[in-house]
Design a protein around this ligand. Structure first.
Ligand code: SF4
Length: 606
């Protein structure tokens, strides 16, 4: 690979063999299955409720359960929760989610199987050390880290407790922000500083995560971390997740697109699908995603090609030329496949691919099935013609040979790329890189075909397959086929995948946290109301966060934020600026509309 290597192969599903870490009775990483986890939403001081929810999560199939452990009381109560679970025969590892409280981490490390800390805030703000964090030397900084982490390491060693270094986009330390800004490099550095210190203390029972609600940021950053660990020669198990993914189809699609894009390259040892729903609902979604990706292990061989034009660490849309208003600077196209429909319907798709309007007996692509059809020809027909302009060419990606390359170089066509293996993502990536290597800048639209009758299953598979291609800016449109489902569902799914990968917005974006023991209001109900009321505001990003402690940072790039600040006390934010406080849940929704109207961003729902 010409750029820093982040996976074993771009063209073959092959899991990176991380170093195995023992979490309680559960081995994680190495050759072990990809583990599934979820997190409770109960108050960790409420033993009965927390035990009941842990049991529900475990019974749903989770391998690990995490609990909010923000303070000493919660950390102490882990002892009771774990004792009750073990007495009832539940052996799944219990993880304490601490974030920033060293004292709570040290207490929790006596009882939990793993403790999660956040390097963005664990050592506190610079002022707590009475030093200017961005100005102190590396030596001094590492001294501070050693001082903070050594006692925790001692307790973890004595109790065989592992540690997760959990970096979150939006909660980076002042020092990292001053040095790197809000970048992938910053997030990786935030993690490696801690790794350096843990390794200097000879402590390696470590799992790492870097999460973001932005799928592009999340994928690029985890790749950079993977590349860094491959270079360092010690690959710690990776925990993957898209934070604040939301609920329902959006949450599932966003998670499948982001997590799927990494799993497909063999990255990831444990995953959490964060949904603003009951935590046990996350488990089957995560398992289905893992099963789908790992089922690709036996895919047919995909020819390796030059990766010189590949940009895995920053978004760079492929430089295609515009043909038929597709490619170039045109927005990513949504194409509906209505070839097997009796009557193609007119949904929002840019183009409908249908059979009702034949030209010489060949299927055609028609622009919303109007009379002026756009022609689709086969690769063979293109070769016979010698060149062509302003047509769609259907190419089976594995069949691109020198003859076809020569005519494509002389043509102005849109390629409908049809993969054949069970790993369409890698196959299409190879195909597009081959086009690039041969100076072919034709726009490419993958044609991905499914026959799942269950909408959620189809959405998860399509998002997992197409996510990487959109996140990497490789494609100019997407055509999904599933004749077992209504055309509208298929088209809506295509739009949702584009939204999830920030490729094209057709509705508001909701960054809504899954809730946890810190949540201060009825998150699920409120998120549903906000989605209903503001969903039509295309392109607007609204954060819906359960608590103020982590919420502000974690909603990262939201335009507006609805944040729990106390029991039934909501604060509203414009970006990171507090604009209204101490509102009741209902008043806050009204006020949010008022603010958006005042900002001139309101549109009436059609
Ligand atoms: S934002 Fe607060 S309430 Fe929501 S999951 Fe994060 S810590 Fe929990």
């Amino acid at each position: 690979m010409s750029c820093k290597k982040f996976c074993l192969s771009l063209f073959k599903y092959e899991r990176i063999p991380s170093v195995e870490v023992q979490i309680g009775e559960l081995p994680l990483g190495g050759n072990n299955p990809i583990r599934i986890q979820s997190m409770t939403t109960t108050d960790t001081n409420d033993t009965q409720a927390s035990v009941a929810q842990c049991k529900s999560i475990i019974e749903a199939g989770a391998d690990l359960v995490r609990l909010t452990t923000q303070g000493q009381r919660e950390a102490e109560n882990l002892k009771n929760i774990i004792a009750d679970l073990r007495n009832e025969g539940y052996t799944a590892p219990i993880v304490a989610d601490v974030h920033f409280n060293p004292a709570a981490a040290m207490t929790a490390a006596h009882y939990a199987d793993k403790v999660r800390i956040n390097p963005g805030n664990f050592t506190g703000e610079a002022k707590r050390f009475n030093v200017d964090a961005d100005k102190i030397s590396d030596e001094e900084w590492y001294g501070i880290l050693r001082e903070k982490l050594s006692p925790l390491v001692d307790i973890c060693r004595q109790n065989e407790t592992s540690i997760r270094i959990g970096v979150n986009h939006g909660s980076l330390s002042d020092r990292i922000m001053a040095r790197f800004g809000d970048t992938a490099q910053g997030m990786v550095a935030s993690c490696t500083e801690y790794l350096d210190v843990f390794e200097s203390l000879n402590f390696t029972d470590i799992v790492i995560s870097i999460k973001s609600s932005n799928t592009r940021v999340m994928v690029q950053t985890v790749r950079l971390l993977a590349a860094t660990m491959l270079e360092r020669g010690h690959f710690y198990p990776l925990h993957l997740g898209v934070t604040e993914a939301g609920s329902d189809a959006e949450g599932r699609i966003k998670s499948a697109a982001g997590i799927g894009a990494l799993l497909i390259d063999g990255i990831g040892d444990t995953i959490r699908v964060s949904l603003t729903e009951a935590p046990e609902a996350e488990v089957p979604v995560a398992q289905q995603l893992v099963d789908y990706i790992t089922s690709k292990a036996t895919h047919a061989t995909i020819e390796s090609v030059s990766d010189d034009s590949y940009s895995p660490y920053e978004y760079r849309r492929r430089e295609s030329k515009a043909v038929l208003n597709i490619g170039g600077n045109n927005q990513i196209a949504v194409i509906a496949d209505a070839t097997a429909r009796k009557k193609p319907e007119r949904f929002d798709a840019d183009i409908v691919f249908c059979n009702d309007n034949y030209a010489d007996g060949k299927p055609v692509i028609t622009d919303n099935c109007d009379a002026d059809s756009l022609h689709l020809i086969s690769a063979r027909q293109l070769i016979e013609k010698g060149s062509a302009n302003d047509v769609f060419v259907l190419i089976q990606t594995a069949n691109i040979d020198s003859e076809l390359i020569t005519v494509l170089q002389k043509s102005n066509v849109v390629i409908i790329a049809k993969p054949e293996t069970t790993n369409p993502t890698a196959e299409l990536r190879a195909f597009i890189l081959k086009l690039n290597a041969n100076n072919i800048s034709a726009p490419v639209i993958p044609w991905l075909r499914y026959d799942d009758k269950d909408l959620a299953t189809f959405q998860l598979k399509a998002a997992a397959d197409a996510g990487l291609l959109l996140i990497d800016g490789l494609i100019d449109g997407l055509m999904l086929s599933n004749f077992s489902l209504p055309e509208k569902d298929v088209v809506d799914t295509t739009f949702s995948i584009m939204q999830a990968t920030r490729s094209r917005f057709n509705k508001a974006e909701f960054i809504s946290c899954p809730g946890c023991g810190r949540t201060l209001y009825d998150l699920q109900k409120t998120a549903a109301t906000i989605k209903e009321k503001f969903g039509h505001l295309r392109g607007l990003k609204i954060g819906i966060m359960g608590c103020i402690v982590n919420g502000i940072g974690e909603m990262a790039d939201a335009d507006y934020g609805y944040v729990g600040a106390g029991r039934d006390k909501i604060s509203l934010y414009r970006g990171k600026e507090l604009v209204s406080r101490s509102l009741s849940e209902e008043d806050a929704i009204e006020k949010l509309e008022e603010i958006i109207r005042k900002d001139g961003l309101w549109r009436e729902c059609k």
